[in-house]
Ligand binder design. Structure first.
Ligand SMILES: Cc1cc2nc3c(=O)[nH]c(=O)nc-3n(C[C@H](O)[C@H](O)[C@H](O)COP(=O)(O)O)c2cc1C
Length: 227
């Protein structure tokens, strides 16, 4: 299996958090930290297809995520054909353009943003549109509990997507989560011919990396409270 060609995991830093220095080097579990910390959102890909068997492996990792009541509310649509990518990107771009225009954003900025987004989507060898379905989830008569159930489906689907992202990194692929479907779920359903019961949540672009990315995290103390 091909490993990620542009290593994103070889950065060492001197921050003081537990295992934040030499994190992938000297531990027996270095592979784990390489997996967790080496994964990056990568938005440019080589024009090389991703094998179907590999995509199936990533999807298998996705469905082994935990889910509320083990109801597995996630649904995935894999897009590898250029005309579908093109149509999805064109139609999402048109909606985004209209939204930004209504916000009063400068036309040149709008065009630039839409162009970048279009290049990301059409330049990715594979896309995975992740949706959720409430079929099989619990049904409540009141809004409070129904909203909680909806959130459980969202959370379960997000966990599946994270599994998919980690699996992609493990198998040498790069990926990026795009939130655009949340803003235009009807359009995504229409272009991809998805059932009405599917609620699009994210678009994950996948391919072999054509750029190197590095990102930091804030120290634990800024995000964790102990009682
Ligand atoms: C819910 C969610 C939505 C995101 N939406 C987008 C997006 O629309 N476009 C994009 O380029 N990146 C998107 N990202 C990726 C984040 O920008 C990225 O995870 C963050 O900057 C940290 O970088 P890293 O993933 O390399 O650690 C999204 C990530 C999450 C979890």
């Amino acid at each position: 299996m091909q490993r990620q060609r542009i290593a994103s995991a070889d950065h060492r830093d001197a921050h003081s958090d537990w295992r934040q220095s030499d994190w992938a080097a000297d531990f027996d579990d270095g592979w784990f930290w390489q997996l967790i910390r080496g994964r990056r959102s990568v938005r440019r890909y080589l024009p090389e297809p991703v094998e179907k068997a590999l995509l199936e492996m990533l999807l298998t990792a996705a469905i082994w995520a935990p889910s509320a009541h083990n109801r597995q509310p996630w649904r995935f649509c894999v897009v590898t054909t250029d005309p579908v990518k093109q149509k999805l990107s064109d139609r999402m771009g048109a909606r985004w353009r209209a939204d930004l225009s209504a916000d009063g954003v400068d036309e040149s900025i709008i065009e630039r943003r839409v162009r970048i987004s279009h290049a990301r989507i059409t330049g990715a060898p594979a896309l995975v549109a992740a949706s959720l379905s409430l079929e099989g989830m619990d049904d409540y008569p009141d809004r409070r509990r129904q909203e909680a159930e909806w959130l459980m489906a969202v959370q379960s689907t997000a966990l599946a997507c994270q599994n998919l992202l980690l699996a992609a990194h493990n198998y040498g692929l790069a990926a990026c989560w795009m939130c655009a479907p949340l803003f235009v779920p009807d359009l995504v359903r229409d272009v991809l011919d998805l059932p009405q019961s599917w609620h699009p949540q994210a678009l994950i672009t996948l391919g072999y990396a054509a750029e190197e990315k590095y990102r930091e995290r804030l120290p634990l103390a800024e995000r964790v409270t102990w009682r």
